[in-house]
Design a protein around this ligand. Structure first.
Ligand SMILES: [Ca+2]
Ligand SMILES: [Ca+2]
Length: 433
């Protein structure tokens, strides 16, 4: 008697926990709740039927809930009823109930074809194994990529830190150099002042000498005129001391009553080019310091440009900055200088496809814009999609021009590996364990 009782209890327990065919094991609870004392309450609670009417290939419930494993209720309600393929070893899925026993194998475990007319071999394990292998490889690559990315980040942070230190130090140098230059400029001005004074003195002396010569010449000319002799042209008058008008060659014209223009003093080259050694030295020193200062400013500018640039949330793209990678497509070579520019080249031409402008919001794309303008069209631009690489390499591929003058390609680098993707892949792999 006791044995019979135990057997009954066990049978009831098994029966209660049994999930009807076509029902997701996660939904079995819902079916158990509606099943008691050999009765089944339709899930819409509108009708109670014998439990034997569940999956009896006749639609009893208006919502089709009594036929989860057949196509009998496929057209029962407004919403098509679904059949759940467990697909053990592969990915579970839901198909329309109308696909049940339609002669086509829809579930890899063959559970949708259960009336014996169509044989569906179970291929879930086989499919699952190949997908599992692929997922395992992706996880391995991503894990490697993430390790390399970590190194990139470490290196980037130390190099960027060094750049920050260098910028601070160069700014100090710049400030000291500027002060030094101010002193040098002041000294130069003082020396140039002396130089100017000395030049003025030289000019005054030269002018006095010239005036003396002119006076002598005029005196000789007057004496000669009084004696009725033709005027002599003095050889002493400096070439620079010529009058603005040419002296007429004809002696008759010379005796004309018109008063000739008085000769004008023209500064000698010696005066014009007068320099003191001290002033010259000071100027050279100032020039060389100015060159040094400009070079230092450019250095700082260049360092700041890199230090302030966007290299990703963790500076993971710093490592590949400036690296050149190219891909051949038809007659063209597409060359990307990472985070700098993008170009298209062939034997005869070099066309800019844009300069680096920005990443997209989640750092999965690099945008290059403002390239050479297309004929009667926009400026060329490129969107590079970033893909994770499992090794320390940089690869550009899959060139396309989806719309006029807009190019797309893919760049593979460990910098693009994301931890969040690892979580997704691991979750997917769990389904095959
Ligand atoms: Ca039924
Ligand atoms: Ca089918």
């Amino acid at each position: 008697m006791l044995r019979v009782l135990i057997l009954c209890v066990l049978l009831i327990a098994v029966f209660a926990q049994q999930t009807p065919r076509g029902v997701d094991s996660n939904d079995s609870e819902k079916y158990n709740e509606h099943h008691s004392k050999n009765k089944f309450v339709c899930l819409d609670n509108l009708k109670t039927i014998d439990y034997s009417q569940v999956n009896d290939d006749y639609c009893d419930c208006a919502d089709g809930s009594d036929e989860p494993g057949t196509s009998a209720c496929a057209k029962a309600g407004r919403v098509p009823t679904m059949f759940y393929c467990q697909n053990k070893g592969f990915v579970s899925k839901r198909i329309f109930s109308s696909f049940v026993n339609d002669g086509i194998c829809d579930c890899c475990d063959g559970s949708d074809e259960n009336d014996g007319t169509t044989k569906c071999p179970n291929t879930c394990e086989e499919f699952g194994a190949s997908i599992k292998l692929s997922l395992e490889k992706q996880i391995k690559d991503l894990t490697n990529g993430l390790l390399i990315k970590e190194k990139y980040i470490k290196n980037a942070n130390s190099e960027l830190e060094a750049k920050t230190v260098a910028i601070a130090s160069k700014k100090e140098q710049l400030s000291a150099l500027q002060k030094e230059l101010d002193i040098i400029a002041e000294d130069k001005e003082a020396k140039e002042k002396i130089e100017t004074e000395q030049r003025d003195e030289l000019r005054a002396a030269k002018k006095a000498e010239w005036e003396q010569n002119v006076a002598n010449t005029q005196a000789q000319a007057e004496t000669a005129q009084q004696a009725g002799e033709p005027a002599e042209v003095p050889a002493e008058v400096p070439a620079e001391a010529s009058t603005t008008e040419e002296q007429p060659a004809d002696s008759e014209v010379t005796t004309a009553t018109t008063t000739p223009e008085p000769p004008q003093y023209v500064e000698e080259e010696e005066v014009k080019n007068f320099k003191t050694e001290e002033a010259e030295k000071a100027r050279n020193l100032e020039n060389s310091k100015r060159v040094e200062l400009e070079a230092l400013k450019r250095d700082i500018e260049e360092l700041e440009k890199v230090a302030n640039a966007d290299h990703g949330p963790e500076n993971e793209f710093y490592e590949i900055r400036g690296k050149t990678v190219s891909v051949q497509d038809k007659q063209y070579t597409y060359q990307n200088q990472v985070l700098v520019d993008m170009a298209q080249k062939d034997q005869h031409s070099h066309t800019s496809l844009g300069s680096f402008t920005k990443f997209n919001e989640n750092y999965t794309e690099m945008h290059y814009t403002g390239g050479q303008t297309c004929w009667q069209g926009p400026a060329r631009s490129t969107v590079i999609t970033l893909e994770c690489s499992g090794d320390d390499s940089l690869e550009l591929y899959k060139v396309d021009e989806p719309s006029r003058c807009v190019y797309t390609m893919i760049l593979k680098t460990p910098s693009a590996c994301k931890t969040s993707n690892l979580e997704v892949l691991e979750k997917q792999l769990k389904q095959f364990q």
